[in-house]
Write a protein that binds this ligand. Structure first.
Ligand code: 13P
Ligand code: SF4
Length: 346
């Protein structure tokens, strides 16, 4: 139980002192964020990992985030993921081998254009390395528009992977909705070369299965039931959902709008359920609830970080034993670091 675990976690943290820092993504369950030294969105967590000087960075999040922390931190720092099963399905939708093959076809369809690949943070290190090698970079949901602008200053066309919704929403924000082509990696023959050549933004057909389940009907229902409600959604939601919302932004933006709300305001939260629950718990004077009830918007990957695993890795570190170390291969680490540095400099 939590009552058994908390003293064990505290004892391990006392033993480890400044040697450990715990980072928690906004979607982590309460029993993890309550022990985190820093809670944030994936951009803030990557900045925090870069600034941390603790020997151990224990990451409450998913594998791609822990990989990024390993890339960004110094070589003498060790990143630990309490459970190795915490893998974001969207990150698995763009495998580097598949992307290599697509890159050949897309560049062949438009040999006169300079194509810049951008990968969302939600991807593995080999894809980040590929993007750096081809002159591109990484972005998160809070700086995708800046990454697009960066790329269009250097080239004529963007290949954005893996999240088609974030890509489409960003293209709309930049007034480029007319120039989109979608690339289906499971049926590449379906794409005609003329359409690829004419488009300025090619979107890989990946998506988040948590955010894709929000619909415009969910928003319409909330507006009927709570006419004063404000709706904030994550840009991984479908276009129709973003269009129907009042505010769109990363989990940091979602947190900020509730922090800055006046007492008595109502906010429906269109993202993973745990963030809605934290905001409700942290802000008694604001009426906060999940956009689609409690039932469906739970990220399986994030939920793998069970507090029992956190207790285990911390006690083991305190006893001098390392488990679940996330270590990116050196050949990928350097290039992926270039792609991440380009993002951090945006
Ligand atoms: P943020 O970058 O907004 O924290 O989102 C990460 C994520 O996984 C969203 O599903
Ligand atoms: Fe991946 Fe979606 Fe979970 Fe975020 S919410 S970690 S994108 S599956």
């Amino acid at each position: 139980t939590e009552a058994d675990r908390t003293p064990r976690i505290e004892a391990a943290l006392d033993e480890l002192g400044d040697d450990v820092v715990i980072l928690g993504h906004n979607y982590q369950r309460r029993e993890i964020v309550d022990h985190a030294d820093f809670i944030g969105d994936s951009y803030a967590l990557s900045k925090h990992a870069a600034e941390a000087d603790a020997e151990y960075v224990v990451f409450g999040g998913v594998t791609f985030m822990a990989e990024s922390a390993d890339i960004i931190t110094d070589d003498d720092q060790t990143v630990v993921l309490p459970c190795m099963e915490a893998s974001c399905p969207m990150a698995g939708m763009a495998e580097a081998l598949q992307v290599d093959a697509a890159w050949e076809q897309i560049t062949a369809a438009d040999p006169d254009s300079e194509i810049i690949p951008i990968t969302y943070m939600n991807s593995y290190a080999d894809l980040k390395a590929f993007c750096a090698e081809q002159g591109g970079l990484v972005c998160t949901s809070s700086n995708a528009h800046k990454a697009f602008e960066w790329a269009l200053e250097r080239g004529d066309k963007i290949l954005f992977l893996p999240d088609k919704h974030l890509g489409e929403n960003t293209a709309h924000r930049l007034g480029m909705a007319e120039s989109i082509a979608e690339w289906n990696p499971w049926d590449p023959e379906a794409k005609d070369a003329d359409e690829l050549e004419e488009s300025e933004i090619v979107l890989w057909d990946g998506y988040c299965q948590v955010h894709e389940r929000f619909t415009a009907e969910h928003i319409a229902e909330v507006r009927t039931e709570y006419p004063d409600a404000n709706v904030v959604v994550h840009p991984e939601c479908r276009r129709e959902v973003v269009e129907a919302a009042d505010v769109v932004g990363s989990t940091a933006t979602i947190t900020e709008v509730v922090e800055e709300a006046d007492p008595g305001e109502t906010w429906a939260i269109g993202t993973e359920i745990h963030l809605a629950k934290h905001l409700d718990r942290w802000h008694d004077d604001v009426n906060v609830f999940p956009l689609c009830g409690d039932a469906c918007m739970d990220c399986d990957a994030m939920r793998q970080i069970d507090p029992n695993y956190l207790t285990w890795v911390l006690e083991e570190l305190a006893a001098g034993r390392e488990h679940n170390v996330i270590e990116v291969a050196p050949e990928e680490k350097e290039l992926a670091g270039v792609a991440l540095d380009r993002m951090l400099e945006l």
